[in-house]
Design a protein around this ligand. Sequence first.
Ligand SMILES: [Fe+2]
Ligand SMILES: [Fe+2]
Length: 183
Amino acid sequence: MISTLNEAQAVSHTLECWHAVPIPRLIAYLSETHIRWIEQEMPSIENLAYRLEPSRTAPAVRFLQRLIRRIQNEMAEHLRKEEAILFPAILKLEQGGSAPMPFGSISNPIAMMEQDHDIERMLWEELRTLTNGYQITAEAGETLKTLYEELAALAHDVSEHAALENRILFPRARRMERLVNPR
Ligand SMILES: [Fe+2]
Ligand SMILES: [Fe+2]
């Protein structure tokens, strides 16, 4: 319980640091992370997962592979929507733009992204359960060991990234819209 509390405090401290960072810099940071996931981390995980063969030490390989692929697909689609729709719209608001956006209020695409984050969190939770918290047995092979290490690192990264969007970027975007279009 204490460690969970400390962890939550550490995360909110990290988030605090982003409150005063200009929106374009925050979005550039988020986008760099998207590119790193898409170009490096997700292909590496996919590659490792599909090198696994079912064995005594890795019995649920096919299920694991399918779940990883499902998470990769969800994430790829989610990141594409943020890059193509939401981030450009937030940057436009930040520049004082008040042109009507095709989706009405910024709150609409934000609500969709928040929903995606909830789905992703559930899928990562399923993966954590399936892999027993990314713990390998002593006799597990090198591929499984590396796969679990990479999955654990990405899971942590994704969760911090979603918190940064949910708790810093999205509220700031909603506030900016109210300033640009007061009702
Ligand atoms: Fe993102
Ligand atoms: Fe996101």
